[in-house]
Design a protein around this ligand. Structure first.
Ligand SMILES: *Cc1c(COP(=O)(O)O)cnc(C)c1O
Length: 360
């Protein structure tokens, strides 16, 4: 067995069970004599994959019938532009909660295609904490409110979501979708690039409530119009067939584990193990995030010097623990604990952290 413990921030580790099914079916998908890479997106086989993937999303997230699920290319980054293009009417603006690098990019795109208004930001403190929803400065006339549930680079996460009543709440959930239970009915729209918690890169899921979809601007290019993808069931053009197939296998794995309740318990346990190792290290490891804003998915921390951090990364590699280098805007170490990271992998990491501390 040559697999390592993969703590990469994205693309990231996938469930081994899903990879093994894909491997077994790779050259001959269910007796078709073809790989999923070779089948038509209009075939019965792909129709079944698409329908099953949507059904898995519906059951895992408890998505009601008045929400539509679409799959597209372009990553979460294209959603940063498509959301304001579709949903900010001429002359209006939308509110943005800027809590990290991806949130900042979403805000930037809004200001290219229309007008974004800053509702809250923790940028002055290098995004080390999350503004509470009660403190957001919301414009009653805003077309929608945009937030980011988990800030992948800075390691902060909203574990609870506000109920903004008759406002449209839009959320980028790229790095924590499917990691814990939440009430989708609080949102007009959520979207997520797949490569953190859902599957490989190349596909983005968007889940849009009917009333919000109906409010969209008209006259945009066809591919940039959500309604196109809703009406054509993600088959207006060729969708990312293989990434959707792997996503289906990943969702199936979450279902077999016991769904989001089970996933949440596992993720909580993994995060607690790492935070306990940081907090119990007498300052050898120093978390960079205010404790009330800590993420279960991405855990950044620093050591006494950059040199020691480089040694940590090098020695971790020797213990088959990879992908731990922090993003340059935070520095140090970042541990990414997406759904597919096992408790066993986290226990190995924590053991390594304790040995490293003793040694250095
Ligand atoms: C990774 C990430 C993105 C960027 O996704 P792409 O698919 O590369 O466009 C956006 N938002 C968040 C929260 C992310 O973690």
């Amino acid at each position: 067995m040559s697999r390592i413990y993969n703590f990469n921030p994205g693309p990231s580790t996938l469930p081994l069970a899903a990879l093994e099914i894909a491997q077994a079916e790779f050259t001959d998908y269910k007796g078709t004599g073809m790989s999923v890479l070779e089948i038509s997106h209009r075939s019965k086989d792909f129709e079944a994959i698409l329908a099953n993937t949507k059904e898995l999303f519906r059951s895992l997230l408890g998505i009601p019938e008045n929400y539509q699920i679409i799959f597209s290319g372009g990553g979460a980054s294209l959603q940063f532009a498509m959301v304001p293009m579709n949903f900010i009417p001429a002359g209006a603006s939308a509110d943005y909660v800027v809590t990290g690098e991806w949130a900042r990019r979403a805000f930037k795109e809004a200001n290219i295609v229309a007008r974004g208004r800053l509702a809250a930001s923790s940028e002055a403190d290098n995004f080390s904490w999350l503004p509470a929803p009660e403190s957001w400065d919301l414009d009653p006339a805003a077309a929608y409110v945009h937030m980011t549930s988990n800030n992948t680079i800075f390691g902060t996460q909203y574990h609870q979501f506000p109920d903004l009543k008759n406002k449209y709440l839009v959320c980028d959930m790229s790095s924590d979708i499917l990691s814990h239970q939440f009430d989708i009915k609080k949102f007009a729209m959520i979207y997520a690039g797949a490569q953190k918690n859902l599957g490989p890169s190349g596909v983005t899921v968007s889940i849009i409530r009917d009333d919000f979809a109906a409010s969209a601007n008209k006259g945009l290019p066809t591919m940039l119009t959500y309604d196109t993808h809703i009406k054509h069931d993600s088959l207006y053009n060729t969708p990312p067939v293989f990434p959707i197939y792997i996503m289906q296998l990943t969702l199936q794995w979450v279902k077999e584990l016991g769904g989001l309740a089970a996933m949440e318990a596992i993720n909580r346990k993994k995060a607690e193990l790492v935070y306990a190792a940081i907090d119990g290290s007498d300052g050898f490891y120093r978390g960079t995030v205010r404790t009330d804003s800590r993420s279960w998915m991405n855990i950044p921390f620093r050591l006494g010097s950059e040199e020691l951090e480089a040694t940590f990364i090098a020695e971790a590699k020797g213990s088959r623990l990879l992908g731990l280098k922090g993003h340059r805007s935070v520095g140090g170490i970042r541990v990414s604990l997406y759904n597919a990271m096992t408790v066993e992998g986290v226990e190995k990491l924590v053991e390594f952290m304790q040995e490293f501390k003793a040694k250095h």
